[in-house]
Design a protein around this ligand. Structure first.
Ligand code: ADP
Ligand code: MG
Length: 344
């Protein structure tokens, strides 16, 4: 413990990386930096001192973000139209560093969609001292760890994002982090249903591996293969071995329900049951979950979703534009050339 704890502590050097555009109110920025410094918070804001003058997104910036617990985004008008600011917060989000948007001379609704779920600080019509106090309080809170991934399939090459479906999944499966009292109220099963090959499994994997998802499910996200040969006993044993180390493993089919319920009820766990053919054998997995657990299943058969009382989300094939883009990427050509009918 001691050795690892020390090296981790030595690596963690900043409470926050400050991302900003120089053109946005320098006095406000300086007052924030000074205020956080007085509050004992370590903030990295040194970009201007660097050789590239803060116009490129290099290794140094990456490292500074990696060694910070969070990224504070000073969201002024210039920052919101700056490509390198977007690279900074995008990178932080990609690697699981929470972003704290400080809305300064912009409205929250003008922030990019990807930042909507973060807890922001409203700096409009407030004193700098009040903003500093709120930020200092926020930075003092420990960052929730990301849950480990168990058996998640890799993202396919040239994967297309499906933001609307992902958003649908987020609202069904992720509690609003500002309201912990809602955590237990969401339904515990959500199902993606649709024809073979429309991308249900790919979508489930993209959702399950997202940083935002993993932060909610700190005990892990586990991928359980269903299909026609689904074996509840072997699957339960594997799940418990991974996500509940030390738990009693069931020795027979008859023990599966009790063993799962005993081990999983208190966990922040997402289980993905992929390609469920029959509701009965997966039921013990779903009912074992407690208020902080969720199940996401994919199925060809809407009746399976209905039988399990799931929130049902229909998945259709990629739209034409996305499909053409995918083909073009595979073929290594431009989208236009792929989509255009032949002139002859
Ligand atoms: N969003 C996507 N972008 C790129 N390829 C995709 C996407 N969704 C699915 N695919 C590809 O389409 C095929 C079928 O997807 P899959 O998720 O297995 O479908 P389903 O689970 O609905 O049968 C796979 O080869 C997968 O890599
Ligand atoms: Mg599938």
């Amino acid at each position: 413990m001691g050795h690892m704890g020390e090296s981790l502590a030595a690596e963690r050097r900043y409470d926050a990386f400050l991302s900003y555009a120089r053109a946005d109110d320098p006095d406000f920025r300086q007052a924030l930096v000074d205020g956080l410094d007085r509050a004992g918070r370590r903030v990295w804001f040194d970009r201007e001192a660097m050789p590239n003058c803060g116009t490129t997104f290099g290794q140094e910036i990456r490292q500074a973000i990696e060694t910070s617990d969070r990224l504070i985004l000073l969201a002024g008008p210039a920052a919101m139209s700056s490509g390198y600011v977007a690279q900074e917060w995008g990178y932080a989000d990609d690697i699981g560093k929470p972003v704290v948007p400080v809305a300064h001379a912009v409205a929250f609704r003008d922030l990019p969609d990807r930042l909507r779920h973060y807890h922001g600080v409203d700096a409009r019509r407030r004193t700098v001292d009040a903003v500093v106090a709120e930020l200092a309080r926020l930075l003092a809170e420990p960052v929730r760890p990301l849950g480990p991934c168990f058996h998640l399939p890799h993202r396919p090459p040239h994967a297309r994002d499906r933001p609307e479906l992902l958003e649908h999944l987020s609202s069904a499966l992720l509690p609003d982090r500002m309201r912990p009292e809602d955590a237990g109220r969401a339904p515990r099963v959500t199902a993606l249903y649709g024809l073979p090959g429309v991308g249900k499994s790919t979508l489930a994997a993209a959702f399950a591996s997202a940083v935002r998802t993993r932060r909610v499910f700190s005990d892990g996200v586990a991928w359980l293969a269903g299909g026609p040969g689904f074996r509840p006993l072997a699957t339960a044993r594997e799940l418990l071995r991974l996500a509940a180390p030390g738990a009693h493993l069931p020795g027979s089919d008859g023990e599966v329900d009790v063993a799962l319920a005993a081990a999983l009820g208190g966990r922040e766990l997402l289980i993905v049951l992929d390609d469920v053919r029959d509701p009965d054998p997966v039921l013990p997995f779903v009912t074992a979950l407690g208020p902080c657990g969720q199940a996401l299943l994919t199925t060809l058969d809407q009746a399976v979703a209905t039988a399990l009382g799931a929130v049902e989300i229909a998945v259709d094939q990629l739209d034409d534009d996305a499909a053409r883009g995918l083909l073009a990427d595979w073929a290594g050509r431009s989208r236009q050339r792929c989509g255009r009918p032949r002139p002859d």
